[in-house]
Design a protein around this ligand. Structure first.
Ligand SMILES: Nc1ncnc2c1ncn2[C@@H]1O[C@H](COP(=O)(O)OP(=O)(O)O)[C@@H](O)[C@H]1O
Ligand SMILES: [Mg+2]
Length: 252
């Protein structure tokens, strides 16, 4: 067994004094993709924000590379090698692609990779270096958001619904890219509403419900559990009567 790079143990966190996640545990190893699924409002984004040091932690631990980083400042997380791509506002729209990447590097002291190396992973950004990020397509913008993190050579990437609002074709491209990034050795904690497709590229998934772990397993294990399947994975196959997750409301 590989030692986990990230470990959340009984993590409790929330906004101001309101607890939202109430004892979430999970772990992510280098090169693995762990996906967090669950209904809207379950606390998925909150888990990522708490992991990143953006929220008050009420209890439990965040451990990274064996070190407890609970309540450590977010900048320190970045310097330690944790990259976070929030669901929205993850690029500077008025800056060019090149400026977005340069800014990312300038703000941090950690080791970075050369621009060409990042562009090799995202060739679609090459011809757009001089374009404003706001003029990119949704898929390209998501790639730029990934690239802004990857240029800092993170060991762990936290991705919050990277496929939200993308066309089905682009969803496939983004998932392919995530698998490629993991194959290079980066650990990935992926929050997704496209649960079935996310399970295809994930090594394991954690189902969150009401701020707590509701289930955990490989995609095959979760799909074999009819209760989990009905509740969280869109029910039985393509049946039109299958319960669907509610549409996403406001994102954070
Ligand atoms: N900035 C915030 N202030 C107060 N409550 C929030 C904030 N963001 C999210 N919440 C609440 O936390 C709960 C979980 O939200 P979130 O983690 O965004 O869920 P998910 O990502 O699973 O859809 C929701 O009830 C939501 O209303
Ligand atoms: Mg969310």
């Amino acid at each position: 067994m590989i030692a986990p790079l990230l470990e959340l143990h009984d993590l409790q966190a929330g906004y101001r004094d309101v607890p939202i996640i109430r004892g979430v545990s999970l772990s992510v190893e280098a090169g693995r993709i762990i996906c967090v699924i669950g209904p809207n409002g379950a606390g998925k984004s909150t888990v990522l924000k708490a992991t990143m040091g953006l929220l008050r932690i009420f209890g439990g631990d965040v451990k990274f590379a064996g070190e407890v980083i609970t309540n450590v400042a977010t900048e320190k997380h970045v310097d330690m090698g944790i990259g976070y791509v929030p669901q929205v506002a993850n690029v500077f729209a008025s800056l060019t692609v090149r400026e977005n990447l340069a800014l990312s590097v300038r703000q941090r002291k950690q080791q970075t990779v050369a621009l060409e190396e990042v562009l090799a992973l995202f060739p679609e950004l090459k011809p757009k270096l001089g374009a404003a990020a706001g003029a990119l397509s949704g898929g390209e913008r998501q790639m730029l958001a990934f690239a802004r993190c990857l240029i800092l050579k993170p060991r762990l990437l936290l991705l919050d619904e990277p496929t939200a609002a993308l066309s089905p074709l682009l969803v496939g491209n983004v998932f392919k890219k995530i698998a490629e990034i993991a194959a290079l050795g980066t650990a990935i904690l992926l929050v997704e509403q496209n649960a079935l497709r996310a399970l295809e590229i994930s090594d394991r998934a954690v189902v969150l419900s009401n701020g707590e772990n509701a289930a955990e397993g490989t995609g095959a294990e979760l799909l074999a559990n009819s209760r989990i399947k009905d509740l969280y994975l869109g029910g039985h196959g393509a049946s039109p009567a299958a319960p669907r997750e509610p549409a996403r409301a406001a994102s954070y």
